[in-house]
Design a protein around this ligand. Structure first.
Ligand SMILES: *[C@@H]1O[C@H](CO)[C@@H](O)[C@H](O)[C@H]1NC(C)=O
Length: 271
């Protein structure tokens, strides 16, 4: 295929999609989605405004609506109208600051009702509007940790319900997992047990910024080295004692016999 023809085919649709080319006003939220917020802390969303004639912005608006629901109600959190884009929040805990190329929304004392889809809309002099959205959710505590065993594959699997950003770690008899015990998967959720037989307590600990929770799988008790040694020592001592008593008895009997013989000899001599 002719290169020019190919490029035309490929590039023309792009221009059709961008009728105003580089002069389009655009806005995008910098935060990585979804944003998780710990209750009581502050939610800060930052958006960047690009392209177009920035001096022609006449309004910046921040809104929020529930993430789910049949008829989600959209509420306005702040508006920044006019040439100097002076912002006004609709609630006492909402602060918005807008400059030519950036706008920041801050909600202090975040609570469960503040979750939802946040939208920032930029309007220019011609009335053209552009919007960016961002999902905001509560940073959830770790919930319902459990450990199950896959017997056929010698794998312990750790589960957690809906905590945000859970981190998994494992312990065997309250110590870190050594090579002799097994190998933890790269995401930490499972432990391939290589020790045989599988014994002792395996604990999975799940943590995140709000706390931690754990669950334990209990296998048969381990035959500890300490116990084995003790048993061997006790056996040895008993054997020694028994041997000693036996030797003493034999020696006494032997002496008794000797003395009897000597007595006989003595008697023979005098007769
Ligand atoms: C055990 O693990 C293997 C491999 O991951 C899997 O195919 C199998 O279904 C698991 N068995 C059970 C009972 O979960």
């Amino acid at each position: 295929m002719d290169l020019q023809y190919f490029l035309c085919l490929r590039i023309t649709p792009l221009f059709l999609l961008m009728p105003c080319g580089l002069y389009c006003l655009s806005v995008h939220i910098i935060n990585e989605e979804p944003v998780h917020v710990i209750p009581g802390s502050s939610l800060v969303l930052k958006a960047q405004i690009q392209g177009g004639h920035l001096e022609e912005i006449t309004m910046v608006t921040w809104e929020r609506e529930p993430e789910t629901g049949i008829a989600p109600v959209r509420v306005t959190l702040a508006t920044c109208p006019g040439k100097d884009l002076e912002c006004a929040g609709t609630r006492p805990n909402v602060r918005v600051n807008t400059e030519q190329q950036a706008t920041t929304l801050q909600i202090n004392g975040y609570s469960a009702e503040d979750a939802g889809v946040y939208a920032v809309t930029v309007t220019d002099r011609t009335g053209a509007r552009t919007t960016a959205q961002c999902i905001v959710r509560e940073y959830e505590e770790v919930h319902h940790v459990s450990v199950s065993i896959n017997v056929s594959h010698s794998v312990l699997v750790c589960g957690e319900a809906w905590g945000t950003d859970p981190r998994f770690s494992w312990l065997h008899e309250r110590a870190a997992i050594s090579q002799n015990v097994g190998k933890v998967s790269s995401d930490g959720t499972s432990l391939l047990v290589t020790m045989t037989p599988i014994c002792g307590h395996f604990t999975c600990m799940v943590s995140n910024k709000r706390g931690y929770s754990s669950a334990t799988y209990t296998a048969a008790p381990c035959e500890s080295g300490g116990k084995g040694t003790t048993a061997a020592v006790v056996c040895f001592v008993l054997l020694l004692l028994f041997g000693g008593v036996l030797a003493f008895l034999l020696w006494r009997r032997h002496r008794h016999n000797n003395r009897g013989e000597r007595l006989h000899e003595h008697l023979d001599d005098t007769i």
